[in-house]
Design a protein around this ligand. Sequence first.
Ligand code: ATP
Ligand code: MG
Length: 220
Amino acid sequence: MATDEIARSRRLAVMGGTFDPIHFAHLLIAEDVRRRFRLPRVLFMPSGQPPHKDERAVTSAEERYIMALLATSDNPHFEVSRLEIDRPGPSYTIDTLRALKSELGEGAQLYFVTGADAVLEILTWRQPDAILDEATLVAVHRPGFDLARLDETLGARRASKITVIEAALANISSTMIRELAARGESIRYLTPRPVIDYIHKHRLYRRDEVAPEPLEETTA
Ligand code: ATP
Ligand code: MG
């Protein structure tokens, strides 16, 4: 399939996340969903100001976007969208799905991909039922989260609209990478090499950074 055909395709998966940083489990899941549903493209959608993650200062949207670009640059079927990071204020999935649909026009078919932890929290998102109407929700198993609880957590009606798939399991999280990087430990094999290089070059997540000395105040 030619690159411009891929870019025009109206059947696509959307993979939302903070991506702080993007890692191999994200890529593995995206590729699995793409193959399984024969989708020409997957749109990675780094969040702007994440509504559920205000307890910690996240890496700038621009840096998270760049890392997503670096991680996906070798796959012609992967794209990174600026839609959420260019939108001021918190991003809500329902707004994103509707914006994409109106951009793509008639015939758009969206698959929204989430890990098990995220889908189990979907009732805390804005307009969960509208999300289920706008897109096919694909929930992917994740170590430590039990998708057997989907029915009791969301109710049978909602759960029946969700497609559960078992991608190759990888117990990787961005939290794990941030913690390793903070301690100066190896993050090899957890995310693609260009992302590792970027993290090192920009000293992201380092805790041991000594804050610059404050300029001496004049007391005169
Ligand atoms: P953090 O530790 O900062 O929460 P994360 O690894 O969970 O990071 P996110 O950006 O929060 O990554 O997740 C984006 C999406 O990818 C979510 O739907 C999440 O459930 C899914 N995901 C992330 N890691 C995995 C994994 N190892 N297995 C399955 N799904 C995953
Ligand atoms: Mg997460």
